[in-house]
Design a protein around this ligand. Structure first.
Ligand code: MIC
Ligand code: SF4
Length: 643
């Protein structure tokens, strides 16, 4: 049988199950990555598994999210992470070396391998022809302990690229077009596999912009074939020995084929407040832009920044625009500096940030109140920038440079400048001295682990009780993102301190949530959250499950869930329940008392459970969409209990 690239890699790594779309399978994981904001918890969980050394081919711990050090918390976390990496056999990428996805692409990713990472943009690695999936930290900890990774065998959608991009249109516009076609929901359980003659016109970093933002569509991952372009990239990284040709068989069957003619694309933007809210820049109002941010883990490669540098050479940013740059890695920054592009950017007024997540996660550089910010990053959710009433637009580096010059949303073709052709270096200047290698097993045995006061214990849960007596602590609508559930930004330094971090649960939705939830818990009731569609979209942040668990949330009743978040809820023993009849959502209100008389036995025996709304005097049936393995985890009160 002719196979897709996805099938080939999955089947090669299959541990259990059959690769039939919709069925649960488990696969062997070759590589893992973590970043500091999810990593501390992942390693605390790994430690509690008592495995002396990681069992993967390669595991890397990155520090890129919480790099601003006001107070001791982040510094404590970094020190803990470094000591854990050295001891348990991981590579450690120090703060300053760059953002996990960009660095992993440059230095570690390999065609044909499997990678899971505790960050939702891990699929960036798919640009190298690997299966790279975002997961919760606990799943990554299990993979490091040698356990397989469970997923729903995906449907494979072929995105067939024809033609080639016109000047001023770039990779960002391709993925914005994909977002326009597929939207941000309804794609759970699919993989986007790119093919067609347009593929060979795209370099690996351009492919990475596309695979990175596939996460915004909610797909399991995105993947490109490994071809001559991949070899070229690996050669430039001085690691051509890692290359392997990998492609789908001719005539492979896809669940769906969607064609995009690259020659017809135009500069696009994702308007506030969703990456799926796509328009042609030409059709938009010329909104005044007060801030332009170039970089993050999307569009932060050498070519992205060099292109902007060439457009801006000899000019200076519009007086109303604050122009921020955050290169994806130290390698990008060093090469830009060596080739003169950095000087051009600085001369144009660029404010150089660390090679870290920074502005993307609202950790710094929040825009002025009520203003619009144009960013090349991947998310523009409400409140994420750190300024609640800011409007964030997402666009390409070309469009970003245009806004730097004009001070408003501008189609870069209207600049009437020659299009800057950037030739990529044959070989990048590569210096890996900010990556610390693991210790040899003998020295590692006696090596200490540093635990400053910000490092708490991993949180614990009890097994599922026979019945639940709960209160609806909060009822929310559709598209609740993990940014709504537990904010990042300045709160993120409490990632390794759950009791403190939990105080900020649902802060931007209802700041009284934490107090109410704790009162309900203390009164002996469970907390229950009622939600609309796509609950938990947006990130792999398992704190969006751990913190609710800590305050006593036992179930979420929603119209639908996002993949990574549903897996995280199960991992931490919170029941993800879906309405059988969506109209039942309207029959529940804040403060209602809900009784699930036989929750444990219903879970053991079937796919449904009856609940009584004691306040409204009605009852209804809701569904578990769970495998037997997931049921066992829930009965135990989470994966750690079961492990
Ligand atoms: C994000 O982009 O929202 C993050 C911060 O990278 C998250 C991970 C986290 O919250 O630590 C993600 O995308 O998974
Ligand atoms: Fe970091 Fe932003 Fe990328 Fe998340 S999306 S990994 S916060 S740069």
């Amino acid at each position: 049988m002719k196979k897709t690239l996805t099938q080939k890699i999955l089947e090669h790594h299959l541990v259990s199950g059959t690769c039939i779309p919709g069925r649960e399978i488990s696969i062997r994981i070759d590589q893992t990555l973590t970043q500091d904001a999810t990593g501390t918890m992942a390693y605390l969980q790994f430690e509690s598994m008592h495995v002396p050394r990681v069992k993967t081919e390669l595991s890397v711990s990155y520090v890129d999210h919480n790099t601003v050090q006001i107070g001791f918390e982040n510094a404590d976390d970094h020190r803990y992470l470094q000591s854990v990496a050295e001891k348990f056999g991981l590579y450690f990428s120090r703060a300053g070396n760059g953002i996990c996805h960009q660095v992993h692409l440059e230095r570690f990713g390999r065609p044909g391998k499997t990678l899971i990472g505790s960050d939702s943009h891990t699929p960036t690695g798919g640009a190298l022809g690997m299966i790279a999936i975002g997961a919760g930290g606990l799943d990554v900890a299990l993979a490091m302990a040698g356990e397989p990774f469970y997923l729903t065998c995906p449907r494979v959608i072929n995105i067939h690229l024809e033609g080639h991009l016109q000047p001023w249109v770039s990779a960002k516009d391709i993925i914005l077009k994909v977002l326009d076609l597929f939207g941000t929901k309804g794609n759970v359980g699919s993989v986007f596999e790119y093919g067609g003659p347009g593929v060979e016109t795209l370099s690996v970093p351009e492919r990475a912009t596309i695979t990175n933002m596939g996460a915004e569509c909610g797909v399991t991952t995105s993947i490109f074939p490994s071809d001559a372009m991949t070899l070229r990239f690996l050669k430039a990284q001085q690691r051509e020995e890692d290359w392997l040709e990998f492609a789908a068989d001719h005539g492979a069957q896809y669940d769906r084929v969607v064609e995009i003619d690259l020659s017809k694309l135009e500069p696009l933007t994702a308007m506030p407040h969703s990456p799926g809210n796509i328009a042609r820049i030409r059709d938009c109002e010329p909104v005044p832009i007060r801030q332009v941010c170039l970089g993050s883990c999307t569009n932060s490669s050498y070519k992205d920044l060099a292109t902007a540098a060439k457009i801006l050479k000899g000019t200076v940013a519009h007086p109303d625009v604050s122009f921020i740059i955050a290169p994806g890695s130290k390698q990008v920054l060093e090469n830009l500096a060596r080739d003169g592009y950095l000087a051009d950017l600085l001369a144009a007024g660029a404010r150089l940030m660390e090679n870290a997540c920074g502005f993307c996660i609202g950790n710094s550089q929040s825009p002025p109140s009520g203003s619009a910010s144009l960013r090349t990053s991947n998310r523009n959710f409400f409140g994420r920038s750190g300024t609640r009433d800011a409007q964030v637009y997402l666009a390409s580096p070309e469009s970003a440079a245009a806004a730097v010059l004009t001070g408003h949303l501008t189609d870069p073709r209207d600049l009437n400048l020659p299009y800057p052709d950037i030739s990529l270096p044959e070989r990048f200047h590569v210096d890996d001295r900010l990556i610390i290698e693991p210790m040899d097993p003998e020295s590692a045995a006696g090596a200490p682990i540093y635990r400053g006061p910000n490092i708490g214990p991993p949180p614990a849960n009890e097994p599922l009780p026979d019945s639940l007596d709960g209160i609806v602590t909060l009822k929310v609508g559709d598209h609740i993102t993990t940014d709504h559930i537990i904010p990042a930004g300045e709160r993120m330094k409490y990632r390794s301190n759950i009791p403190k971090y939990a105080e900020y649960l649902f802060e931007i939705v209802d700041h009284t949530f934490f107090r109410r939830a704790m009162q309900i818990k203390e009164s002996g009731h469970s907390n229950i959250i009622v939600a609309g569609t796509s609950y938990g979209q947006g990130s792999s942040r398992e704190h969006a499950a751990i913190c609710p668990m800590y305050v006593g949330v036992k179930a979420i009743l929603a119209k639908s869930f996002e993949r990574i978040h549903a897996a995280n809820l199960i991992n931490f023993g919170i029941l993800p329940l879906t309405f059988l009849d969506e109209e039942d959502y309207d029959r529940l209100a804040d403060g209602d008392r809900l009784l699930f008389p036989d929750i444990r036995s219903s879970l053991v025996d079937g796919d449904r459970v009856r609940l009584l709304n004691d306040t409204g005097g009605i009852s209804m049936e809701v569904a578990f969409e769970l495998t037997n393995r997931q049921k066992k985890i829930l009965l135990a009160g989470g994966v750690l209990n079961r492990f």
